[in-house]
Design a protein around this ligand. Structure first.
Ligand code: PMT
Length: 411
């Protein structure tokens, strides 16, 4: 895949060499085009070294234009990715202006364009930027992110550029990734995030899941060519482009949405942290504090994972086990009790598992296991999906083999 990577002038430009590395790891040719202000944040020398190609920045560079003109570059690109994309470049693309090489390429290309915005949260939430985002999306330009969290300016909010590996995977999903991976033509349903169990109109029971692990798993499955349905509890993550996302709130909603989506699914992966119990009744009005103590009667929520594994035509079923102690023993217990094909065990606590960008997991199946040490959830999700695909095909192979044996015995 030929990718023109546009880099504009934001602090997140320091991550650009990593984006180049992630794209090249996946086999892409990357031609970098920098704006003048990007050069304030990252050096062309570093980018030339990682991309292996001379950097382009000037529309009026006669020598570079003679080698490959801006029109040829626009035609060469299978994708134009701008990361980081500032509010300024978004506005310029909306206006159709082409004062520099990067915006000229955007105007002259027929390839998909993807922007990974990065800016201060007030700038991102400014009505002008949001109006520009809407116009860009209406024109079919893909907006990847931004993420939510702490920002370089020391404030918190939406506007962080997504991590380089997530950007790289998303770009591959948008274009050549589909239909070329291990899970081409397979339907994969993934649950992610927490559920909220209402107590009254203003209060609920929930947990610390951010959805990051489940979203990474869904994105990794799509990167392997699968048609992915992501059923998500309430999270503040951007919807990954290229997949069907169904938003739900409670365990009951997630149960219903899963059973609606599961038809014809080949693989089901339950990464959601679903509530085990919910209040017996949702009080209609806000509960008043009248007494010194109160108790809440809870009832069991349906076990979504076990109910899918129990279907007559159950897909290849993969659970997650979140444990604070006896990780492997408890995970193996869940694998057997819920009749799963595989389970991904992770330790959870204040400083691991939940609401972080990294994780460490051990994947278990009936007669084996494999551990993956701490790395980003995005990378782990890729490893997990590769392993799941391997076991999915092994199981289908042995099912086909035993069906053939039955047929030949009947003959
Ligand atoms: O979202 P993050 O912040 O990135 O954190 C990731 C994670 C820690 C939430 C994730 O990696 C994880 O472990 N997800 C499963 C959490 C969980 O509920 O584990 P459990 O051991 O309680 O449940 C076992 C399995 O049963 C899970 O696959 C769960 O989705 C499923 N389950 C549980 C209860 C229920 N009512 N229905 C279910 O389907």
């Amino acid at each position: 895949m030929n990718i023109v990577l546009g880099i504009t002038g934001g602090i997140a430009a320091y991550k650009a060499p990593d984006i180049v590395r992630r794209l090249r790891e996946r086999g892409a040719e990357v031609q970098i085009v920098m704006t003048a202000s990007a050069e304030e944040f990252v050096t062309g020398t570093a980018l030339q070294a990682v991309s292996g190609k001379p950097i382009r920045s000037n529309l009026w560079d006669k020598e570079a234009e003679a080698a490959m003109s801006h029109i040829e570059l626009a035609r060469w690109a299978d994708v134009v990715l701008i990361a980081p994309a500032t509010a300024e470049v978004m506005a310029r693309i909306v206006s159709g202006g082409a004062p520099d090489l990067l915006t000229t390429i955007c105007l002259a290309t027929e390839a998909p364009i993807a922007l990974a915005p990065a800016m201060n949260h007030v700038m991102w939430n400014n009505p002008a930027t949001q109006a520009n985002r809407e116009v860009l999306e209406e024109r079919g330009i893909h907006i990847i992110g931004p993420g939510i969290g702490s920002q370089a300016c020391g404030e918190e909010g939406a506007g962080r550029m997504l991590e380089p590996d997530l950007i790289a995977i998303t770009v591959f999903n948008l274009t050549g990734g589909k239909g070329e991976g291990l899970l081409e033509g397979r339907k994969v349903v993934v649950t992610a995030g927490p559920t909220r169990e209402a107590i009254d109109p203003v209060r609920y029971i929930t947990n610390r899941s951010s959805g990051k692990m489940g979203y990474a798993v869904a994105t990794a499955a799509a990167a392997q060519g699968a048609d992915v349905v992501l059923i998500s509890g309430p999270v503040s993550l951007a919807e990954p482009p290229g997949l069907e996302v169904i938003k739900v709130e409670s365990a009951m909603d997630m149960h219903a949405a899963t059973h609606e989506a599961i038809d014809a699914a080949h693989i089901f992966i339950a990464a959601a942290a679903v509530a085990d119990y919910r209040p017996v009744a949702i009080v209609e009005q806000k509960i008043k504090k009248k007494s010194e103590s109160m108790s809440l009667e809870l009832t069991r929520c349906p076990d979504i994972l076990a109910s899918v594994a129990d279907l007559d035509a159950a897909p290849f079923t993969v659970g997650f086990a979140a444990e604070t102690e006896n990780l492997i023993k408890h995970a193996r217990g869940k694998l057997e009790k819920k009749k799963l094909d595989m389970i991904v065990a992770n330790r959870v606590g204040r400083d691991c598992g939940f609401d972080r960008d990294d994780n460490a997991v051990t994947v278990l199946w009936s007669d084996g296991e494999k551990s993956f040490p701490t790395s980003s959830k995005v990378e782990l999700a890729h490893d997990v999906i590769e392993l799941v695909a391997e076991h999915f095909f092994a199981k289908r192979g042995s099912e086909t083999q035993s069906r053939l044996t039955v047929i030949s015995n009947n003959d």
